[in-house]
Design a protein around this ligand. Structure first.
Ligand SMILES: [Ca+2]
Ligand SMILES: [Ca+2]
Ligand SMILES: [Ca+2]
Length: 246
């Protein structure tokens, strides 16, 4: 009798703890106003993120220099036909999944059965001391192919991740965009996938992380994409409808 009661108590306690955890996790959601501050840089499908007035960062240099409590990453938008997955690692730990199916009914290229809500968050955990963050994209959920911060390590040797410093709601954030298609812009044949190099295939924002300014000249295709949408000359603050698809 007593052990039955104890078992029941333990189950009840575990259930309460699970509910509490689920509630805590699902509470990570950006307000519309903060989400809009990020989404204003997300262009129409097949046009690159518009970040010309922002400080571009080396995506391999992202870190919380003094540790972080409950590091937060938020889904901003996706302009992808692929159902991509995003992984993270800190200080070269084994990679862990953030989202396995980055699709939403309300994104630029929407899927009615996409599981994500625009502005939905995920906790990357708490860390002490200098904490380096790595993100990598698995295109269409590939178990073998990853696109990360270092171009030379990507399967096509090209840049697939861009990062920009953004001040939103009075806080420091980094806005990150991924390109999910293999190969140079417009290239076909072989493994090439006629990439548009729009870097909006998965767009996320990470709170409080910092990085070093990007050095060197952007690759020609990225520069052309930026010039092509007039980002340098007037469309800097253009806002996009969340449903504006190709
Ligand atoms: Ca896209
Ligand atoms: Ca999509
Ligand atoms: Ca793309």
């Amino acid at each position: 009798m007593q052990s039955k009661f104890l078992t029941g108590l333990i189950i009840a306690t575990v259930s309460v703890a699970s509910v509490f955890h689920a509630t805590t996790a699902s509470a990570l959601q950006l307000s519309n106003s903060i989400w809009s501050e990020f989404n204003q840089y997300v262009q129409r499908e097949r046009l690159q993120l518009s970040g010309a007035e922002l400080l571009e960062l080396d995506p391999a240099s992202l870190r919380w220099a003094n540790g972080v409590d409950n590091a937060e990453i938020y889904f901003i938008n996706e302009g992808a036909g692929f159902r991509n997955a995003l992984y993270y690692s800190v200080n070269n730990s084994p990679e862990r999944l953030i989202w396995g199916d980055i699709a939403s009914p309300n994104s630029i290229l929407p899927e009615s059965n996409g599981p994500l809500t625009l502005g939905q968050g995920f906790s990357l955990g708490s860390y002490q001391g200098d904490t380096q963050l790595s993100l990598s994209l698995a295109p269409n959920g590939s178990s073998t192919r990853r696109y990360g911060a270092v171009a030379a390590n990507n399967p096509d040797g090209l840049q697939h991740m861009v990062a920009y410093n953004v001040n939103a709601g009075g806080e420091n954030w980094v806005l990150i965009g991924f390109e999910d298609l293999f190969g140079p812009r417009g290239a076909t044949g072989g493994e090439n996938q006629n990439s548009d190099r729009d870097f909006n295939d998965v767009v996320v924002a990470v709170r409080g992380v910092t990085g070093n300014a990007a050095v060197g000249v952007p690759e020609p295709s990225a520069m052309l994409a930026l010039l092509g949408v007039g980002s340098f000359f007037g469309l800097r603050r253009r806002r996009q409808s969340t449903n504006e698809a190709q």
